[in-house]
Structures are given as structure tokens and as C-alpha cells.
Ligand binder design. Structure first.
Ligand code: ZN
Length: 271
């Protein structure tokens, strides 16, 4: 498989998205230095952050392109060491993008729980309470398998003693979910710091889910909590979501530190 097999424009747009998203992750405090990584799928290829390169230095041309087996087909740098994890997500879902970060709250909470308790009904946006993938050395197939297991029926997971990962149909959606995980973990840290938080019951979450369904029938905005992805999504069109992590002005678009969990776009749920 070569880049000839997919739209050159779509691949160029994906590489731009990946480069810009890295800058936004730094601006949003989700990563430091070279930590974390982002990818966008374009048909049978994946544009992924280069390995070991600071995000503020990554230009679209630096973004690696690999096939679904992990073979580099374009780009001057090796792909991120976490590429196997990204490819495992693409292999098992119809995801169009994957975001992995080392947000402080996510990394902290991943060290103390097996599953992030449902302190807020926003967990439904991720398919339910977020699981913690068991620890494995970064970049290994073992970690990829652990993350895959934690993502069953979920669109995000914590990674024990490491960070968080989320996927979505577009990079915008994956990034929103990755930020939501960090917000939920910040909520957990804050709540447990001042007492023993009450946890929403399955019944209470089901009531919210029913309300969301009703809202959708009435033309409401909420997205599906965990959309059923087709196994073979076909070529992606990143240009549709090119503003996902856009820093069009050249300077990072900084979000407030205590930003609401449903983030930047008008299409994001507001419930
Ligand atoms: Zn990592």
C-alpha cells in the first residue's frame, strides 16, 4: 500500500491535523515535551506523531505515515513508539482518530483505581465508567492488548501509571473525549480530596441515557455515547474536521484550565 492509494489531499490534511493537535495538547497541559501522541486514519494509512520530537517543532512534513501493519510509508522520522496501540484501536473499531496523552490527573488516577467511578453523568459520553488498562511497558504489543481490552464498549480508557487514550470518528471528537477523561479525573481528584464522593448508580445513569435518547428524538444535540463503528470505515476525510485541533493562527488555541468537559464545538453535547 502506498500513498497513491488514498487521496493526497486527505493525507496532507491529516498530517496538518496531527501537527496542530500536538501543539494544542501542550497548550491544554495534556502533555510535556515529547509525551503523548495523536493519529488520524486515512483509508488504509495512518498519519501519526513522529517519535521523540517536541510538539512545538512538529510540522506536517514531519508527521509519519504508516500502513495498518505499522510499516512507515512516508515521513522523515520514525512513527511514535505508541503506534502499535493506535493500530490496535483502528483494527478493532471504525475510529478515524486516536489521541493519547499524559494528563496529570489522568496519570494520577490511573495509579489508584481499576475503573474511574461515575461521579458525573458525562461518563456516558465515553460509553460508561472509564476502565484502567493494566500496566505494560510503553510501545509494546502487551500494552496495545491491554488498552484494547479496556476500550470494549468505551471510547476512552485510562492507562495504568501512564495516561489516557481516546478515539473518535474524527480528531475533533477523539480530542474532546481525551480532554473529557482528564476533566473527569480532575473531578475525581478534587472530590476525593474533600470527602468520599457519592457515585452515580447504574439506574441513575440509565435515566440520563433515556433522557438523552428523548432529546435526540426531539432534535437535541447530544452525540451517541459510544457510536457503533463500522468495521471497515473506508477512506476518511479529515478535511471535514480539519479544525479539530486547529491552531490556524499559528498560536495554540488555549482552553481554560477548568474548561467544561464538553469542549469547543457547537456540535458537542451540552448536557
Ligand atoms: Zn504515553
Amino acid at each position: 500500500m502506498t500513498t497513491d492509494a488514498v487521496s493526497t489531499d486527505a493525507l496532507a490534511a491529516a498530517r496538518l491535523e496531527v501537527a496542530e493537535c500536538g501543539r494544542r495538547m501542550i497548550a491544554d497541559g495534556l502533555v510535556l515535551g515529547t509525551a503523548g501522541n495523536v493519529s488520524v486514519r486515512v483509508g488504509e494509512l495512518v498519519a501519526v506523531s513522529p517519535s521523540g520530537m517536541a510538539y512545538d517543532r512538529i510540522e506536517p512534513v514531519d508527521v509519519a505515515v504508516v500502513d495498518l501493519d505499522g510499516n512507515r510509508v512516508d515521513g522523515p522520522h520514525a512513527p511514535s513508539s505508541e503506534t502499535p496501540m493506535h493500530l490496535a484501536v483502528y483494527a478493532e473499531t471504525g475510529a478515524g482518530a486516536v489521541v493519547h496523552h499524559h494528563g496529570l490527573h489522568s496519570a494520577a488516577v490511573s495509579t489508584v483505581v481499576e475503573e474511574l467511578p461515575a461521579l458525573h453523568y458525562y461518563v456516558l459520553q465515553l460509553g460508561g465508567p472509564v476502565r484502567v488498562a493494566r500496566y505494560a511497558t510503553y510501545g509494546t504489543a502487551e500494552l496495545a492488548r491491554a488498552v484494547h481490552a479496556a476500550l470494549q464498549d468505551r471510547t476512552a480508557a485510562l492507562m495504568q501509571n501512564h495516561g489516557a487514550v481516546a478515539h473518535g470518528d474524527t480528531l475533533e471528537q477523539a480530542y474532546d473525549r481525551a480532554r473529557l477523561v482528564e476533566w473527569l479525573c480532575a473531578l475525581h481528584v478534587t472530590a476525593t480530596g474533600i470527602g468520599t464522593p457519592r457515585v452515580l448508580t447504574g439506574e441513575e445513569l440509565a435515566a440520563v441515557a433515556r433522557r438523552r435518547t428523548g432529546s435526540r428524538h426531539e432534535g437535541g444535540l447530544p452525540r451517541r455515547a459510544h457510536p457503533r463503528h463500522p468495521r471497515s470505515p473506508g477512506p476518511r476525510h479529515p478535511a471535514r474536521s480539519a479544525a479539530a485541533c486547529s491552531t490556524r493562527s499559528g498560536s495554540p488555541r488555549r482552553a481554560p484550565r477548568a474548561a467544561p468537559p464538553s469542549t469547543s464545538r457547537s456540535s458537542a453535547p451540552r448536557w
